[in-house]
Design a protein around this ligand. Structure first.
Ligand code: NAG
Ligand code: ZN
Length: 505
């Protein structure tokens, strides 16, 4: 096979195309073509990583995949050649807090989705809080979609909120799901947001028959507060992470999950809530709580679980006194717990990853006082989740295909995003192009696109530089530059006669 000549011509074409970037006015793509081939030596597909592959993109969809350069339609189509870089399906984060409308000063659609694009994420699903109002009715979902208009650099779907106010009113839930909420989210402990009250197991149970009809999931913040003695802490004590950790022991998670497992028993085939699906967000406890989840899965309950990069990166032993950037709930736990979480993820006991990107203005983190009890809980990380995951995965010998499963195919399946999550003919041309071998430091020279730059990953050296991001065939990000206008779309669930699908508006 004569590989040399085609490879050279691919490269030349690629250089021409890439140099022409950033000059395309009035479009939301950094390259002008709507039909093109994207090529590299490492493309991650459901059949593994294929070398020398090219993917043909037309009108935002993947229309063919060729394995041999000789098969390429190279005379007819422009080629973007990324040589030795990895091309993977764009990452999908099912747990992001963008906080708009109402708290756009915490993040907002513009900066949140720019940061996502710069991090190789092509789809986000926004949480019903901490926007104001919270997304708990048809009307507030419509307000959120309206607020997102012309601000999205990547595609964004929305979870609706389940609270005691709508949980027992099936017509209210039906309206919210008909309006396009991809599923519901609730808290089993106070959420910290006044217009998002917590639910108990009876509230959640009441929602399951409605969710079952729509085949959409309920995502639950799984901590149930346990009685404890009221205690006064000195500022010195409040500056210790361990003081905060002791206020939210693993028994809170265990108690919540044990209640959810009971509810999930109705989701088995033939059960009263067959079709419903209970999802445990951001698992932190890799002990007894994880065992309950494993047992429930063995019994055929429709139950899934995610964890987040911060639980896999940090442990209480390494958190400096007063450094409230690390505060989140459930809390970060011991080093031993962290290692067990990794094993659970690698073994498949944890289904996938999410960011739980939950930024807040620096003032609310009380950084000066360093007061862990008073600070707002929430870790900012969205733009960095790919390199964070990869840096640890590399050490653990986890291949790129598995990263892609954790961040694309499994989340797509969970959220029923049928057009997304893998590089396959017919799917949306959502790609991240990145270089896993290059490392960078999260320092002043590294450009964070989030509204607020504080993150506990500052000072880290991470592997994996994102080169370019494509959303439905449009190059929305390339080497530090974003497209001139945003071309992300809201994703709203739609009900068709025979199945539940999704449409874009
Ligand atoms: C239930 O929800 C519907 C639709 O939002 C609303 O019109 C109705 O007043 C609610 N019922 C109760 C008892 O809150
Ligand atoms: Zn969250």
């Amino acid at each position: 096979m004569t590989r040399v000549a085609p490879t050279i011509s691919l490269l030349m074409l690629a250089l021409v195309s890439l140099n022409a970037l950033h000059q395309v006015e009035g479009t939301c793509s950094l390259h002008p073509e709507t039909k093109f081939l994207i090529h590299s030596k490492r493309i991650v597909t459901p059949n593994g990583m294929i070398a020398g592959t090219a993917v043909e993109v037309s009108e935002g969809k993947i229309v063919s995949i060729s394995v041999n350069d000789g098969d390429l339609n190279a005379d007819l189509l422009p080629i973007l050649d990324f040589e030795n870089c990895v091309i993977m399906p764009g990452l999908i984060d099912v747990h992001t807090h963008l906080n708009e409308p109402g708290r756009a000063d915490w993040e907002g659609f513009d900066t949140g989705t720019r940061a996502a694009a710069a991090g190789g994420l092509t789809t986000l699903i926004d949480m019903p809080l901490n926007s104001y109002p919270t997304t708990v009715t048809k009307e507030t979902l419509e307000m959120k979609v309206q607020a997102a208009r012309n601000k999205l650099y990547v595609d964004v779907g929305f979870w609706g909120g389940l609270t005691p106010d709508n949980a027992h009113n099936s017509s209210a839930l039906t309206e919210l799901l008909d309006a396009g909420a991809l599923g519901l989210k609730s808290f089993m402990c106070p959420s910290g947001i006044n217009d998002f009250p917590m639910t108990d197991e009876n509230d959640i149970k009441a929602s399951l028959p409605v969710l079952a009809m729509y085949k959409r999931p309920i995502l639950v913040h799984s901590e149930v507060p346990q009685p404890s003695e009221e205690q006064e802490f000195s500022l010195e004590q409040r500056r210790k992470y361990s003081t905060y950790l002791n206020t939210r022991p693993a028994t809170w998670e265990r108690e919540a999950v044990s209640k959810l497992v009971n509810l999930a028993s109705d989701t088995i085939v033939g059960g009263s809530a067959e079709g419903a699906h209970i999802h445990i967000v951001h698992l932190s406890d890799s002990g007894e709580t994880l065992n309950l989840i494993k047992e429930a899965k063995v019994r055929g309950f429709k139950l899934s679980v995610e964890t987040c990069p911060h639980y896999l990166s940090f442990s209480v032993e390494n958190i400096p006194d007063g450094d409230t950037r690390f505060k989140c709930a459930p809390p970060l736990r011991s080093e031993e717990n962290r290692k067990k979480l990794w094993n659970a993820l690698i073994n498949g006991d944890i289904d996938f990853l999410s960011s739980d990107h939950s930024p807040a203005p620096p003032e609310l983190k009380l950084l000066e006082a360093g007061d862990f009890l008073g600070a707002w809980g929430g870790i900012s990380s969205l733009q960095l989740v790919l390199p964070i995951t990869w840096t640890h995965a590399k050490e653990n010998g986890v291949p790129l295909e598995v990263i892609s499963k954790w961040w694309s195919s499994m989340p797509a399946k969970f959220a029923n995003l049928q057009n997304k999550g893998s590089i396959e003919v017919g799917k949306d041309a959502d790609f991240v192009v990145w270089d896993p071998e290059t490392s960078f430091d999260v320092n002043e020279d590294f450009q964070i696109f989030h509204k607020h730059k504080i993150t506990p990953y500052s000072g880290s050296r991470l592997f994996g530089r994102v080169i370019a991001t494509f959303v439905r065939g449009q190059m929305v990000y390339h080497e530090g530059h974003h497209a001139l206008s945003p071309c992300g779309r809201p994703i709203l669930a739609s009900v068709t006669e025979n199945s539940v699908g999704h449409h874009f508006i």
